[in-house]
Design a protein around this ligand. Structure first.
Ligand code: PXP
Length: 257
């Protein structure tokens, strides 16, 4: 399967009648690396997710390679069996790897070595000049580019300036507020940002901290066309299996749009 996108493919995404699900399979590699060796195999995980109805496989090639490795990325993109969304820092080393492997999409994220997971969105406004150059390299290679940002007008405007095709709204704060049952303001912020980004011509994705309890409110947000979900799906798979965990999430998402 060709990973790179054409303008028409992008248009098709904009009119999709269901919300796409990207399953982040990093934790299968975390488990494998805990013991060394080959099990569980992220490629096998990707096939199970696909067969259970997910629309793309999301992996984060971290600068410290704590889970997904260069070889995993190569195998996953070469398999050609599913679109790959590569989460990555906007640094030269990883950009070169992305350009070589040509995933379907690159989602640029901030990366701090000591963090347990991606904390906070990318400051697209502060780094818009460098981002513009880095994004051009990815787009020239035919890769769709998304920026993982907070739901803020300033960050959306900066994303437009960089030439990105899409944004992924960071839903981490919403997820925290949901646990305290005090999420209305945060959800409203996401709705407003989604509306603005869509009207400005950006594809709108969302992710981080989403689970089987809090995902419905995000699915109901107009214009969100894709969710990337990892931790909750992999956690559920420990008890019920990966196929069931993905299929359950997908069936919730299919209640919408
Ligand atoms: N989207 C982005 C950009 C991420 O960095 C992550 C975490 O790797 C996710 C989505 C998935 O977050 P979670 O594991 O909390 O579902």
């Amino acid at each position: 399967m060709k990973q790179s996108k054409t303008k028409n493919d992008i248009k098709e995404d904009k009119t999709a009648r269901y919300i796409r699900l990207g399953v982040n399979i990093d934790h299968t590699a975390t488990l494998r690396n805990a013991r060394g060796g080959f099990e569980p195999d992220p490629l096998q995980a990707a096939f199970v997710c696909r067969d259970a109805g997910c629309d793309q496989i999301t992996v984060h090639l971290r600068e410290d390679r704590r889970h997904i490795t260069d070889r995993d990325l190569e195998i996953l993109t070469r398999a050609g069996a599913f679109p790959i969304n590569l989460e990555m820092a906007a640094v030269d080393e990883i950009i070169k790897i992305a350009v070589k492997n040509k995933p379907y999409m690159a989602t640029l994220v901030p990366e701090r070595r000591a963090e347990r997971t991606t904390e906070g969105g990318l400051d697209a406004h502060a780094s818009r000049k460098t981002l513009k150059t880095q994004i051009k390299k990815l787009k020239d290679a035919g890769i769709l580019v998304s920026l993982f940002i907070e739901a803020e007008k300033k960050q959306i405007e900066a994303s437009l300036e960089t030439g990105a095709d899409a944004i992924e709204i960071h839903t981490g704060r919403y997820a925290e507020c949901f646990n305290r049952n005090d999420f209305a303001a945060e959800l409203a912020r996401i709705e407003k940002a989604s509306e603005f980004a869509h009207c400005e011509g950006l594809l709108v994705n969302a992710g981080h901290g989403l689970n089987y309890f809090n995902v419905r409110n995000i699915c109901a947000v107009k214009h969100i066309q894709e969710l990337n979900i990892g931790h909750s799906i992999i956690s559920r798979s420990v008890f019920y299996g990966l196929h069931e965990a993905v299929a359950s999430m997908k069936s919730i998402m299919l209640e919408f749009k």
